[in-house]
Design a protein around this ligand. Structure first.
Ligand SMILES: *Cc1c(COP(=O)(O)O)cnc(C)c1O
Length: 225
């Protein structure tokens, strides 16, 4: 290999630590070339996350078909069609209209697509997602039986970008509580509602302490973007 994109030792040690705690690792490869993904694939990584639909589609087309592709970034409704044929999990459902569009495109592809509802837990207004009230409104007022081609399997959230780990901890704790609340109320009988996607390179250890079972790591694996 001519150029290395990954710090192999660090990647393997993070992966081992996550495995021991039964936390799934989404390797966030956005902006990185196909070769970087191939290198991680050679090391055994199979779950990759991207935040742009067309970049995701282009990478899917040239890479091994046993990769599980996760859409982690803001998704415009008019881009859903590009990823609906193959996407494994969409983390970033932030509007009911998006949920409906995913359902429609999944149906056209004879699929049921797993999704997470993104919850706005950060203080920055720039981050997407439902707030607590909207989340419960969605679960109470939307007749999910009319959306048979989507399957809600959990929640996703992003903490405020701050060095204040106490604030980050509180935001993750808030999301963890919402997750438990949804699980024991709206989805009481739904056994596969069990993904709590929270934590990035800078805050994943805090996220795991607060109950995350899926982390999305980019720069700590692939280097700065
Ligand atoms: C880019 C991104 C990540 C990964 O960020 P790092 O800080 O590089 O680990 C995780 N989640 C989302 C939604 C992202 O857009």
């Amino acid at each position: 290999m001519e150029q290395s994109y990954i710090n192999t030792k660090e990647y393997l040690s993070i992966r081992e630590e996550l495995q021991a705690q039964q936390v799934a690792l989404v390797a966030v490869s956005k902006t990185k070339p196909v070769e970087a993904i191939q290198e991680a694939y050679q090391l055994g990584q199979r779950i990759f996350g991207e935040n742009r639909a067309l970049e995701l589609r282009d990478k899917y087309e040239v890479l091994p078909k046993d990769i599980e592709w996760h859409m982690i970034g803001h998704l415009q409704t008019n881009k859903v069609k590009y990823i609906a044929p193959f996407v494994h999990l969409i983390h970033s459902i932030d509007k009911i209209s998006l949920l409906k569009e995913v359902n429609k495109r999944a149906a056209q592809n004879n699929r049921v697509i797993d999704v997470l509802i993104q919850v706005h837990i950060a203080e920055e207004a720039s981050k997407h997602g439902f707030d607590e009230t909207e989340l419960f409104q969605l679960l109470q007022e939307t007749n999910l039986e009319t959306l048979p081609n989507i399957n809600i399997i959990g929640l996703m959230g992003m903490a405020t970008f701050t060095s204040d780990q106490d604030q980050v901890k509180q935001e993750f704790q808030h999301l963890q509580r919402l997750f438990e609340q949804v699980k024991t109320t709206a989805f009481e009988a739904k056994e596969d509602f069990n993904v709590l996607s929270m934590g990035m390179s800078g805050d994943y250890l805090t996220a795991i302490q607060q109950g995350s079972n899926m982390v999305r790591l980019g720069s700590i694996i692939f280097g700065a973007r």
